[in-house]
Design a protein around this ligand. Structure first.
Ligand SMILES: Cc1cc2nc3c(=O)[nH]c(=O)nc-3n(C[C@H](O)[C@H](O)[C@H](O)COP(=O)(O)OP(=O)(O)OC[C@H]3O[C@@H](n4cnc5c(N)ncnc54)[C@H](O)[C@@H]3O)c2cc1C
Length: 241
């Protein structure tokens, strides 16, 4: 895998406690929507572990875009502190791309994306790519968050689904009692019955799950309960959450 030098262009708040970081895209950095990279912030000093200077992130930007973007929940870890305090214009390293969570080439099969919270990141790249390519495929996103305040990219996703009759967005909120925003969509956790209902008209779907490992595991169990063949499920657990 190659290491590239990139420059921080901007930091942007996407949702409560969630930020995106925009970097220049180096020449020769080719990737497939859904892949990830390692972001390396400086050298590992005596007091640091590798974890303090290197984290893996899915690439939010689509391959046709001329920047590299990652998005993350901001926490108090040493890595995230460094990231937050990184001045615009700083050069850092990225290594990659890598990862197998990419769309199947068979357009006759529907793609069902299941994202918990920040697990939306690889799907943003895939959905932006699908829009740009005018991909002729049924796409369904089941996106679960606690509250609208926590939901990154929600308005962009609503816009993408309005522009593409073959892309359906189902966003659910699981903790609306803690929200001050209005929400007219569905609430509560995804369950096997809901998944069966949303997917019943789709042709031979392939399921893609992304998010914290506990969510990924729970969704595997739900899909199993819903009668989905394990061979039709691809997933990526965001180790470290
Ligand atoms: C393929 C892939 C894609 C990912 N994409 C994203 C993304 O798009 N956005 C995003 O926010 N995150 C993503 N992640 C997760 C990301 O790499 C971080 O793990 C996450 O952001 C938590 O970082 P933190 O600094 O907040 O965690 P910390 O608070 O430092 O640690 C969280 C937990 O991880 C444990 N931990 C400590 N050291 C290690 C170690 N060396 N390896 C593993 N766990 C350790 C800690 O004990 C703690 O329990 C992805 C992970 C993978 C593998």
């Amino acid at each position: 895998m190659k290491t590239y030098s990139v420059q921080l262009q901007a930091q942007e708040q996407l949702a409560e406690g969630t930020s995106a970081f925009h970097f220049t895209k180096p020449a020769g950095f080719e990737f497939i929507a859904g892949q990830a990279l390692d972001l390396i912030l400086g050298e590992q000093g005596d007091a640091d572990s590798e974890w303090d200077v290197r984290h893996t992130f899915s690439i939010v930007a689509a391959p046709h875009e001329n920047e590299l973007v990652i998005a993350t929940r901001m926490r108090d870890s040493r890595f995230k502190q460094r990231l937050k305090e990184l001045p615009v214009g700083t050069q850092v390293q990225v290594e990659g791309p890598f990862g197998e969570l990419t769309l199947d080439k068979d357009l006759t099969r529907a793609a069902v994306f299941i994202a918990g919270g920040i697990g939306i990141t690889p799907f943003m790249s895939m959905l932006r790519d699908a829009a740009q390519q005018q991909r002729q495929q049924d796409l369904l996103l089941l996106y679960s968050n606690r509250r609208p305040e926590d939901s990154a990219f929600l308005s962009e996703l609503q816009q993408l689904s309005q522009n593409n009759p073959r892309f359906k967005l189902i966003a659910t909120m699981t903790k609306m009692e803690g929200s001050t925003q209005e929400w007219s969509g569905i609430t509560g956790y995804l369950n096997a019955q809901r998944i069966q209902e949303y997917c019943q008209e789709l042709s031979r779907p392939i399921y893609y799950i992304s998010g914290p490992p506990m969510l990924v595991e729970a969704m595997h169990d739900l899909l199993d309960e819903a009668g989905v063949d394990a061979d039709d499920v691809l997933s990526e657990g965001f180790l470290g959450y």
